[in-house]
Write a protein that binds this ligand. Sequence first.
Ligand SMILES: NC(=O)c1ccc[n+]([C@@H]2O[C@H](COP(=O)([O-])OP(=O)(O)OC[C@H]3O[C@@H](n4cnc5c(N)ncnc54)[C@H](O)[C@@H]3O)[C@@H](O)[C@H]2O)c1
Length: 434
Amino acid sequence: MINNLKSKITDKSANIGIIGLGYVGLPLAVEFAKAGFSVTGFDNDSVKVSEINKGASYIPDVPSKDVKDIVSSGKLSVTSDKSLLNKMDVIIICVPTPLRKTKEPDISFILQAAEDINSNLRKGQLVILESTTYPGTTEEVILPKLGGNGLKVGKDIFIAFSPERVDPGNKKYKTKDIPKVVGGVTEVCTELAKVLYSQIIKEVIPVSSTRSAEMVKLLENTYRIVNIGLINEIALLCNKMDVDVWEIINAAKTKPFGFMPFYPGPGVGGHCISTDPHYLSWKARTYGFETRFIELAEKINSSMPHYVVDRIIDGLNSQKKPLKGSKILIVGVTYKKDISDMRESPSLAVINSLIEKEAKVQYHDPLVSNFEIDGLSLNSIDLTKESVSSSDCVVIITDHTVLDYKLIAENANLVLDTRNALKAFKGNAKIIKL
Ligand SMILES: NC(=O)c1ccc[n+]([C@@H]2O[C@H](COP(=O)([O-])OP(=O)(O)OC[C@H]3O[C@@H](n4cnc5c(N)ncnc54)[C@H](O)[C@@H]3O)[C@@H](O)[C@H]2O)c1
């Protein structure tokens, strides 16, 4: 069974099924298809299914041309029909892992995927979970579902966890360039997962268990949230001390060892940094353990949108204007630059607070033409001399590369720059930095 599956993987005749074709699943499907595998994507979203089958990509990092080529050559097809899972030799789960309102893990999408696989399970399949989740999920949730029907794990079926590390918008590191960590339920499961990913990724790092592989991802994202929390706190202090935090970071990062730069900002967002550490905190609590660094970083990071609003109020005040009734132009609303993802974006908290305080809020984002906030629909306005100069304050929340910063710097009455995007315009008294 093992050797059969291994040779199917190495000669690329293995059928690969990917459940969930979002920011993670679609790039992965494309890589396997480009490597010569026959890939079937499974998604519940009928719009995504029809888009891909038409050869159109909805993920900016994945060119439509790539999708068109592999769809027309028959290497990639997408369906909502889960019965086809039975035909797959390898099944990779890339479904969302959000938080509930109570900030507790919502693993319902993983549970649904596991049930779909279980209903279509057969001998000789390798199942890999890639969704970010708390350590223990694969063995506590997937294993009992799939291993409970007489099939022996490590002999008849194979189960592993491999964290996804994709960084949307990153031009240098794409799915195939990022080393992949794998941990199986048994050694054979690890070995098979290693052989699989080695077909599309240069470096694969095996670890001793699924639990370790799950923990690797949460360490990586906890490291980020804690360091962002630290630098945000330093930014608050620097403002009080009238020291430029951006200058400090740029000088500190010249140290060739022992320092890695993180940058302050209006808060954290996205589907990873603002979510994943809560998965770890939640699991830690089941061990009676408190993850104090995560709690503190979360507290600081979630205070940043309020701090941004306070700085807008201070800036307007220095020009003898109240926030109430002032025109505020928000530039960039996504959670980070050069992507269109608004999930958990700190811009939402900033805009909400400004609207609550009765400011007149408009926004410009070249990647988001409209969105809804608390039942209110907002449309992106053009970034023009007129729209900038007629605003009482321009607030740069997301520093997209394509934005015309010269236009902003030269025409704004006041700018709050939360990303140091206007670093080239030194000495302009109308620009205040975070
Ligand atoms: N987006 C990132 O930058 C990133 C990076 C690393 C890891 N992750 C993790 O990867 C996982 C997926 O994230 P994403 O950003 O790709 O999510 P996404 O929302 O972009 O995509 C998930 C897809 O899964 C589909 N889906 C949900 N349940 C399904 C089911 N039962 N069957 C079939 N399809 C189903 C949805 O329709 C959607 O298209 C999450 O655990 C996330 O934390 C995301």
